[in-house]
Design a protein around this ligand. Structure first.
Ligand SMILES: Nc1ncnc2c1ncn2[C@@H]1O[C@H](COP(=O)(O)OP(=O)(O)O)[C@@H](O)[C@H]1O
Ligand SMILES: [Mg+2]
Length: 266
């Protein structure tokens, strides 16, 4: 079952089409990871799934209805989107930015409730930014700021969460922390998550459903251990590699082919 899906979706910037007739069903309650080379249309697709971009053709459906027909607030209560390079309002504190995630749940008669307070506190704790609550977002390191954005998306408490390269700027331990958090949310709260990752091995580790894109089209999708092969990596990324089982998880681990070593002149 899929609450969120794309049907015949075509996406364009002015007259340049970057996503072509894409069909995608985001499986409910699972983690979907989208991978593919730079500029293949991953962010554009995710933005359209979150209604930040209008289709040039086809549609994105939520519960069988085109996003374009649904009220913005209703969508924002169901779908949270963290774009690839979000821009924070100037001079905003961490706590204020995370609180903005609650906007879709507020009403004119009640600006702030206990539920809002709890959601914000929990989101900041889960992303390890509670200690930064009073700091200005623009004074933070790239990694800290990224975790604040993730907190904002979590505070929105949507059943569907779309994250575009949430591990960018993070050191390896925070990358693993964020991906574990995604898995936990999926497990504890049955959240549906669709995430773009640039690291194929992380993608293969964390995805229930892996989607490989190239030049605005889906080349393969399915369980990582069914679709990640040397042939697919060559086709999608143009890379020669060996695929072995990840020693920890058993998921496919892509090891690039022999590195350049120079030639002996002797
Ligand atoms: N705002 C924009 N205006 C015009 N072209 C864009 C814009 N954003 C992205 N593109 C172009 O659309 C294509 C797909 O981009 P994108 O979806 O960001 O790729 P990915 O996330 O896979 O790296 C690229 O060729 C990119 O240059
Ligand atoms: Mg992108």
């Amino acid at each position: 079952m899929s609450r969120l899906s794309a049907r015949d979706l075509t996406l364009a910037y002015e007259d340049r089409t970057v996503v072509h007739d894409l069909d995608l069903a985001v499986p409910d309650g699972r983690v979907t990871v989208i991978v593919g080379p730079n500029a293949c249309g991953k962010s554009t697709t995710l933005r359209a799934l979150g209604r930040l971009m209008k289709p040039a053709g086809g549609s994105v459906l939520l519960d069988g209805r085109a996003l374009a027909e649904l009220p913005t607030k209703r969508i924002a209560q169901q779908i949270g989107l963290l774009p690839q390079s979000p821009v924070a309002p100037e001079a905003i504190t961490v706590a204020d930015l995370v609180s903005r995630g609650r906007q879709p749940h507020q009403h004119w008669w009640q600006q702030w409730s206990d539920a809002d307070e709890r959601a914000v506190t929990e989101a900041m704790e889960r992303t390890d930014v509670a200690a930064l609550a009073d700091r200005n977002v623009d004074e933070l390191s790239g990694g800290q700021r990224q975790r604040v954005w993730i907190a904002m998306a979590l505070a929105q408490e949507t059943e569907i969460l779309l994250l575009d390269e949430p591990t960018t700027y993070l050191d390896i331990s925070h990358q693993v922390e964020v991906l574990d958090l995604v898995r936990q949310l999926n497990h504890d709260k049955k959240r549906t998550v669709a995430v773009v990752l640039h690291d194929l091995n992380q993608a293969a580790r964390y995805a229930d459903h892996l989607v490989a894109m190239k030049a605005g089209r889906i080349v393969a999708e399915g369980a990582p251990d069914e679709i990640v092969t040397a042939g697919l990596v060559k086709e999608v990324f143009g890379l020669d590699c060996v695929v072995v089982p990840d020693p920890v998880t058993g998921s496919p681990l892509v090891v690039p082919g022999a590195p350049w070593q120079g030639t002996s002149t002797l």
